[in-house]
Design a protein around this ligand. Sequence first.
Ligand code: ATP
Ligand SMILES: Nc1ccn([C@@H]2O[C@H](COP(=O)(O)O)[C@@H](O)[C@H]2O)c(=O)n1
Length: 238
Amino acid sequence: MPFVVAVDGPAGSGKSSVSKEVARRLDFGFLDTGAAYRALAWHAEASGIDTDDAASVVSCLDSFDYRIGTDPTGYSVQVGAVDVTEAIRDPQISAVVSAVARVPEVRRHLIELFRSIMAAVDASGIIVEGRDITTVVAPDAPVRILLTASEAVRMGRRSAELTGSSVEAVGEQLRKRDAADSKVVDFMTAADGVTTVDSTELDFDQTVEAVIGVIREAAPFLAPEHVARGAQISEETP
Ligand SMILES: Nc1ncnc2c1ncn2[C@@H]1O[C@H](COP(=O)(O)OP(=O)(O)OP(=O)(O)O)[C@@H](O)[C@H]1O
Ligand SMILES: Nc1ccn([C@@H]2O[C@H](COP(=O)(O)O)[C@@H](O)[C@H]2O)c(=O)n1
């Protein structure tokens, strides 16, 4: 198993962008678990399935042929022969993904998939981000982080990305998604042994440095000079 860094947090907290940059600097793999729930929501919609109907969602797991890369410098998401990397970011998918993610059988299926992707990664470590990574997917990971920021800051950052949508509409969707997702897993409070990184007052680079700081503290065998440029874990790695 590679060295696993588990990162959870609410929508728009920077999990994906920050984790990707940290992985790039450490020469680690990167796994965006939300992409799988989004891709399943896309697949259900493309198959004409009502995403509010749990049994119908479960019925499309068999035909869910999902692939995702783990290279933080560029990865694609595929369902069958279709590249859905962009399509799964559509606000229409964000609006229905929580309904898909709350189905226990879906979670069991995807958690198994995440663990197999983590085990097969071709790198000395992997950063895995989502909502239940620190608590369910990889509770024994040597580094577990809750990445958070105030709701107002998260809304501001997310609406800056989504031109064409009002701040109010973006904020409303983010709040609704967090409220729905929180009923399934707790990603608002850090579980025992999980370190909180609050980026409310930090810029992007400071947040990346803060996360690397947590990793470095837990894994002193990552030499600081390597961490600064793109690390290789030394041979003494346990
Ligand atoms: N510390 C920061 N300062 C400024 N902008 C940031 C910071 N962290 C992240 N961002 C920006 O905030 C936006 C949201 O980040 P990102 O998409 O990584 O969040 P996320 O937690 O993965 O969201 P979601 O769960 O909705 O997919 C991005 O535009 C990202 O570049
Ligand atoms: N570990 C996870 C990751 C994601 N989800 C669900 O997927 C949705 C999309 O996730 P993003 O990180 O891409 O925003 C999210 O809203 C959750 O419904 C999850 O349940 N567990």
